[in-house]
Design a protein around this ligand. Structure first.
Ligand SMILES: Nc1ncnc2c1ncn2[C@@H]1O[C@H](COP(=O)(O)OP(=O)(O)O)[C@@H](O)[C@H]1O
Ligand SMILES: [Mg+2]
Length: 149
């Protein structure tokens, strides 16, 4: 039996981040898009918190970067039937110094910034899918997706 999966971008917003006040835009826009997708208020709050952790990291460790928010739809078809699921994909990308040890950075309470070290682990916990890639040459990219139940 053949299963076909297709991802579609319904809407996309890019937010440039370089100073702490840009976090407000990230939080506001993430909440708006989450509400539009149909996440409940508690979910909207958590997703916005995840986006804010990522933009905070960009500002603190890489100075500047972008947060891209996407309203996405996954279409899974199998023979005659198909189902749709919608979700939000948050991409945080910078060209900063990179993370020297990603496994270590993903541990709770690891921080090179003298803070709680809970940002990345909480983003991973809140969201359904989590991808991170980092190098000194290319900086850091995190892609985190949450699907609506
Ligand atoms: N965008 C980034 N660029 C470079 N280093 C980063 C970035 N994001 C996270 N890090 C590194 O990963 C560590 C863990 O991040 P995080 O879990 O958010 O905790 P905290 O920000 O409290 O240190 C940071 O201390 C930092 O060393
Ligand atoms: Mg952090």
């Amino acid at each position: 039996m053949k299963i076909l999966t297709m991802n579609k971008i319904i809407e996309e917003t890019t937010i440039d981040v370089c100073e702490p006040s840009d976090n407000a835009a990230v939080i506001y826009t993430t909440r708006q898009m989450s509400a539009q997708i149909g996440f409940n208020e508690a979910e909207q709050f958590l997703i916005a918190a995840a986006a804010s952790e990522l933009s905070t990291n960009i500002i603190r460790y890489a100075k500047k970067g972008v947060v891209v928010l996407r309203f996405i739809k996954k279409i899974i078809s199998e023979q005659e039937s198909s189902i749709n699921i919608t979700g939000i994909e948050i991409t945080a990308k910078d060209s900063g110094c990179g993370i020297s040890n990603v496994d270590q950075a993903m541990q709770e309470h690891f921080s090179t910034g003298n803070s709680l070290g809970l940002g990345l682990p909480s983003v991973k916990r809140i969201m359904d899918e989590f991808f991170i890639e980092s190098s000194p040459e290319n900086g850091t990219v995190v892609i985190a997706t949450k699907w609506r139940e």
